[in-house]
Design a protein around this ligand. Structure first.
Ligand code: AMP
Length: 303
């Protein structure tokens, strides 16, 4: 019996929905046999322009574009927003089709985590700082991310996988995991897509009441203040300027820190290398993260 669940309107729009790994494999077999390139865009759904930018890039480069759609419970901590995470599969299928996905893999929970599932992928160090600090989301979050992405890579075996700079720590963790575990996949990272007022697009913005939505713009103001002030060369002072922007909006950050973008070690001074400035904060009903990459920090004192 075929479990293929291809039905209108997404089928009309040219996207095929598969749920079982066996169906996924069958759907990919043709492209693989013919030597076509396979691109993967992992998502948890509730698609916005950030996700769509990744899908369009995959479409432009690969012969076959797969989007995974799975709200991964193992990356949510107790008391986090797993139950209320926004979901609308039909809408996601239509948007994915428009952005050029050929195949959406939306596995049921037991397909990803069968009974007795007990293997974890842990990226030591990188997964234990910033959001992975035990005082915050904790290392279990990135264990959940690395484990599910390893499974997605194994199931799809993509040539290229696309991720967003919005989740900079996730990018660092996945790059390291792919390197350490020899996944033959190229990782591509695209810039954060923002609302016109600078707020990074996020499925979690759906939790923001209008007043908090307004306050949330302070995150991007803080990051751009850090970047601006960093031009004068003093990173600690630049971070202070960022904290003042947050405080002015009544926002107490979980962190606002400067880190090496690859190994996430703290950066105390600007020395010409790129610096990741990352922020996380609860704003009303949402926990939001954002970051900015400061490039070319050497010799850029204001004129
Ligand atoms: P999510 O559905 O939140 O797990 O995100 C799926 C992918 O989309 C991840 O690689 C995210 O980094 C990426 N993404 C989320 N928000 C944005 C954004 N505003 N701009 C660019 N990429 C994003």
């Amino acid at each position: 019996m075929s479990l293929a669940l291809t039905d209108p309107p997404h089928a009309q729009a040219g996207v095929k929905l598969v749920r079982r790994r066996s169906e996924l494999r069958a759907a990919l077999a043709g492209a693989r046999r013919e030597g076509g390139s396979i691109g993967l865009v992992p998502t948890m759904g509730w698609l916005h322009e950030g996700h769509l930018s990744l899908l369009r890039a995959a479409r432009a480069e690969c012969d076959l574009v797969v989007m995974s759609l799975f709200v991964n419970p193992t990356q949510f901590g107790p008391g986090e927003d797993l139950e209320r995470y926004p979901r609308d599969e039909q809408r996601d299928l239509e948007l994915a089709a428009e952005a050029g996905a050929d195949l959406v893999w939306a596995p049921p929970l037991e397909e990803v985590y069968p009974d007795g599932f007990s293997t974890q992928v842990e990226v030591g160090g990188l997964g234990e700082v910033l959001c992975g600090d035990p005082e915050r989301r904790g290392p279990a979050h990135f264990r959940g991310v690395a484990t599910v992405v390893a499974k997605l890579f194994n199931a799809v075996q993509p040539d290229v996988a696309w991720f967003g700079q919005k989740d900079a720590q996730q990018v660092a963790v996945i790059r390291r995991m792919a390197r350490d575990l020899d996944f033959p996949v190229r990782i591509e990272v695209l810039p954060t897509v923002r609302e016109p007022d600078g707020l990074a697009m996020s499925s979690r913005n759906a939790y923001l009441e209008p007043a908090d939505r307004e306050r949330a713009t302070a995150l991007w103001r803080a990051l751009t203040a850090v970047e601006r002030e960093a031009r004068s060369g003093e990173l600690a002072a630049a971070l202070e300027a960022g904290r003042r922007e947050l405080a002015a909006a009544g926002i107490e950050p979980e962190y606002l820190e400067a880190r090496d973008p690859e190994d996430l070690t703290p950066v105390g001074e600007l020395d010409g290398r790129p610096v990741l400035v990352a922020v996380a904060s609860r704003v009303g009903g949402a926990r939001l993260i954002d970051n900015i990459l400061i490039h070319d920090t050497e010799g850029e004192a204001p004129t």
